[in-house]
Design a protein around this ligand. Structure first.
Ligand code: IMP
Length: 201
């Protein structure tokens, strides 16, 4: 009888997103160490509820939904851009800042408008990742501090990238390569902690 070793197989983990930018960022960070599946890879096409008042609550809600409905070990993230002069807005509502059905451009325009007369431009991105493996749930958090620019700069990235300049860098996230951004970004830092846990547990 022949025995096959499973040691060299790569574990699969569902990342509860269909955002192509996030998947590409994540797969670049993770390298070949995990096979990251998207929601469409597991044939999940419904809208996953995201109704919690905190980043942690939303991340857990999304991960738990996949675990309960599809049975996969999985992780989900939730990100917010917190602007000091706006008392932490748009925060947990960053995706819907300009209202339902509006895109990133509308969100950025509204934010620039609301910041027009503000001299305090300080802001930070936070990402919380919820990981569910079996019956264990863990959280990982990453943050990057910076400032809100007065107009969009750069073409790369997504979301609020063109108007966010990480501290001390002199360029916006949208002017950085994916590698440069991942090395210092909120999500990059949260994912680094996630990977540290997965690879060393
Ligand atoms: P989500 O929780 O990742 O869906 O992000 C919420 C909102 O923040 C969305 O409007 C995203 O476009 C925005 N966002 C998330 N991550 C980033 C990023 O790395 N750069 C710029 N905007 C982001």
């Amino acid at each position: 009888m022949r025995y096959y070793s499973m040691k060299n197989t790569v574990d699969s983990l569902v990342f509860a997103t269909n955002n192509a930018h996030k998947l590409a960022e994540l797969r670049a960070i993770v390298g070949g160490r995990y096979n990251i599946l998207s929601l469409s890879d597991i044939d999940c096409h419904e809208d996953i509820p995201e109704t919690a008042p905190t980043l942690q609550g939303n991340a857990e809600q999304k991960a738990r939904y996949i675990k309960e409905h599809y049975g996969y070990d999985c992780f989900a993230d939730d990100t917010g851009l917190m602007v000091d002069a706006l008392d932490g807005e748009p925060g947990v509502y960053s995706a819907r800042y300009a209202g339902p059905g509006h895109d990133s451009k509308a969100n950025m325009e509204l934010l620039l408008h609301n910041m027009e007369h503000e001299t305090n431009r300080k802001a930070h991105f936070s990402t919380v990742i919820a990981l569910i493996q079996g019956d264990e749930t863990r959280f990982f958090e990453g943050r990057v501090d910076g400032v809100i620019l007065r107009e969009p700069c750069g073409k790369d990235g997504f979301g609020y990238d063109p108007i966010f300049e990480p501290e001390g860098r002199g360029v916006s996230f949208a002017q950085m390569s994916a590698d440069e951004k991942n090395a210092i970004s909120h999500r990059g830092r949260a994912v680094a902690q996630l990977m540290d846990y997965l690879l060393n547990k």
